[in-house]
Design a protein around this ligand. Structure first.
Ligand SMILES: Cc1cc2nc3c(=O)[nH]c(=O)nc-3n(C[C@H](O)[C@H](O)[C@H](O)COP(=O)(O)OP(=O)(O)OC[C@H]3O[C@@H](n4cnc5c(N)ncnc54)[C@H](O)[C@@H]3O)c2cc1C
Length: 322
């Protein structure tokens, strides 16, 4: 690839719903856009079985939605590069240099749509039994646990949704949550409560995961009474949040306590001029496909305008210097 193809108007980091939407809008805006995706286009859609809350589709498989979004992004001219981005460096004139294992790309504007990774419990046995009974993805691993008792840990949408999903395979699913109240949507919780295969262990934390060649039991503690117990299960699915992929930029970017980028609500621009953020990397009330695509639409239109103004500013500065 020659140097010419490494200069773009907008670089998009991550090819989940937010990144693919940004690529679609950048293409339609006639901006030269490049999207970097480390794994495969679709992001978390690839770990989601059935989506029933994305308008326009009564229900659609995650992989099918990913495929349609990727096709649509490419149709409008965005370049998709299958590569991880190692980091983003901001030059003195505002140009962003995107470092990849195959060399550097450049663009005045960057939209970070890199999503996040599952948060770990950080307890003994979690790492040791990863892939041997500890999982962070029900769609990926659920089918390996047929007719057994599973535990799901967490209190948000993902935990409740995935507990329901796992009842397809497991004989029993125990949802373990450290509080009484759930953060998940009431409609999901209601569905879980009505499911005869699901029971609840509340005010309870998992202190260790134990077993032999695979998971056999959990060491539990009731946070109210302090009582400790051993709980027999053959698998544990952990859904206790995400760590956003927000460590790509070499300079400081304002973020919230959990590490999510703070953005201007009108433009999705971060505290670094020309760096925008959309989707799950952004500090916001909820993280859904709809919010990711909405953020990305705003971010891309704002980025396009920002690039135009940045170019005009540079030309004016050059003219003044002559
Ligand atoms: C199990 C599960 C079920 C869900 N169910 C639903 C649902 O039913 N409805 C709903 O609306 N939402 C659902 N969600 C949430 C939804 O999937 C996310 O909110 C959405 O995918 C966020 O999109 P995103 O583009 O911001 O990030 P992601 O989908 O996380 O995509 C980020 C992409 O960036 C890539 N990336 C990261 N770092 C780099 C790097 N350095 N270089 C290059 N690429 C990089 C990753 O590989 C990934 O593909 C679910 C999530 C999960 C986990």
């Amino acid at each position: 690839m020659d140097a010419e193809h490494r200069d773009y108007d907008i670089a998009i980091i991550g090819g989940g719903p937010a990144g693919l939407t940004a690529a679609l809008y950048a293409g339609r805006n006639m901006d030269r856009a490049v999207l970097f995706e480390a794994k495969g286009p679709g992001g978390q859609l690839l770990n989601t079985e059935l989506i029933e809350d994305y308008p326009g589709f009564k229900s659609i498989l995650g992989i099918d939605l990913a495929e349609v979004m990727a096709e649509q992004a490419v149709r409008f001219g965005a370049t998709l590069v299958s590569s991880e981005v190692n980091g983003i460096r901001v030059e003195a004139d505002g140009t962003k240099c995107i470092d990849t294992p195959n060399g550097e790309y450049r663009a005045p504007a960057v939209i970070v749509t890199a999503g996040g990774n599952p948060r770990k419990l950080g307890i003994p046995g979690e790492e040791e039994y990863a892939g041997r009974g500890v999982s962070y993805c029900a769609v990926c691993d659920g089918a390996f646990f047929r007719d057994v008792h599973l535990a799901v840990v967490g209190g948000g949408d993902a935990a409740v949704e995935e507990a329901i999903f796992l009842t397809r395979y497991a004989s029993r699913v125990t949802l373990i949550h450290r509080r009484q109240e759930f953060r998940s949507q009431p409609i999901l919780l209601d569905e879980a409560r009505k499911n005869p295969k699901i029971d609840f262990l509340l005010d309870t934390v998992v202190e260790a995961i134990e077993g032999d060649d695979k998971v056999r039991n959990l060491a539990l503690r009731n946070v109210v009474t302090g009582a400790r117990s051993t709980f027999d299960v053959e698998g544990i699915f952990i859904f206790v949040g995400f760590i956003p992929n927000t460590r790509l930029v070499d300079s400081h970017v304002d973020h919230d306590k959990a590490g999510y980028y703070l953005t201007d609500p009108m433009t999705m621009m971060t505290s670094v001029p020309g760096i925008f953020a959309a989707g799950d990397v952004r500090s916001q009330l909820t993280r859904q496909i709809t919010t990711a695509v909405g953020d990305a639409t705003t971010a891309t239109i704002a980025a396009s305008k920002w690039v135009e103004e940045w170019r005009r500013g540079r030309e004016e500065a050059r003219a003044e210097a002559v």
